[in-house]
Design a protein around this ligand. Structure first.
Ligand code: SF4
Ligand code: FES
Length: 250
């Protein structure tokens, strides 16, 4: 492999300093074999500028903390190899989330609030029996739940989503997938009208404008296209049934 000289243009801004003016700082770095953006940023921080802020924990696409815009596209930096990119690489923080500094954003607060909004827990009237034998679940149900439960809360789908950029109250593609995960779970006894109250609005499933960028950028390949269509149909029918039966859907 020929060792390219890479140029990184990195967004710099200290959100806690009112006098800080955002700018792009350039760093030049020799590419090494199998170099990821994590490696490159670590070299930059350790050898060139210790003040560059970015987040990493697992370095293996599990913790979801290293999302950033790489040449304009949301990606996990730990699993993005420099060899996939041109010689000039621009790194920006993900939009939509609160900026902490440079490439670091606060996804945690948004995800906690989203989880509370969509009531991201099993709703059941059955009392918890700690000593009861664990119940079996049909394989197809378990697989459906598992497929939707693989989200690592990286926020890439939200950063890619045009609807989220236009409407900060939108629950986001990941919020809708979270609802789909509980709809698929046979232990959740929530009636459809209750789910409609949570996502049957312009800030929920009807806020999705159908660009499906979420589907393009999710590092875990969650099935956005099928699940969003399923929820939209289900909520439209629930709304129609509610107005026909005289039950206020709003
Ligand atoms: S749904 Fe995919 S892109 Fe969105 S937060 Fe979860 S893992 Fe990340
Ligand atoms: S460092 Fe954990 S997902 Fe990238």
């Amino acid at each position: 492999m020929s060792n390219r000289q890479l140029t990184f243009k990195i967004f710099r801004h200290n959100s806690r300093d009112p006098d800080s003016v955002p700018f792009l700082q350039e760093f030049s770095l020799e590419e090494t074999e199998r170099m990821t953006l994590f490696t490159a940023l670590t070299v930059i921080r350790e050898e060139m500028d210790p003040t560059v802020q970015f987040d990493f924990v697992c370095r293996s696409a599990i913790c979801g903390s290293c999302g950033m815009l790489v040449n304009g596209r949301p990606r996990l930096a730990c699993r993005t190899r420099t060899e996939e990119l041109p010689r000039e690489i621009t790194l920006l923080p993900m939009p939509f989330f609160k900026l902490i500094g440079d490439l670091s954003v606060d996804t945690g607060t948004w995800f906690r609030e989203m989880g509370e909004r969509v009531e991201s827990w099993i709703h059941t009237a059955r009392p918890f029996e700690p000593l009861a034998e664990e119940e079996r679940m049909a394989n197809e149900d378990a697989l459906a739940v598992y497929e939707l439960d693989r989200c690592i809360e990286c926020g890439l789908c939200v950063a890619a989503c045009g609807a989220a950029q236009m409407n900060p109250a939108y629950v986001g593609p990941v919020g809708l997938m979270r609802v789909a995960r509980f709809v698929a779970d046979p232990r959740d006894q929530r009636p459809e009208a209750e789910i409609f109250d949570v996502i049957g609005t312009e800030d929920g499933i009807f806020g999705c404008i159908g660009f499906l960028a979420c589907d393009d950028y999710c590092p875990k390949d969650l099935p956005f296209a099928t699940q969003l269509a399923f929820l939209r149909r289900k909520m439209a029918l629930t709304g129609l049934r509610g107005s026909r039966d005289g039950v206020a859907a709003d």
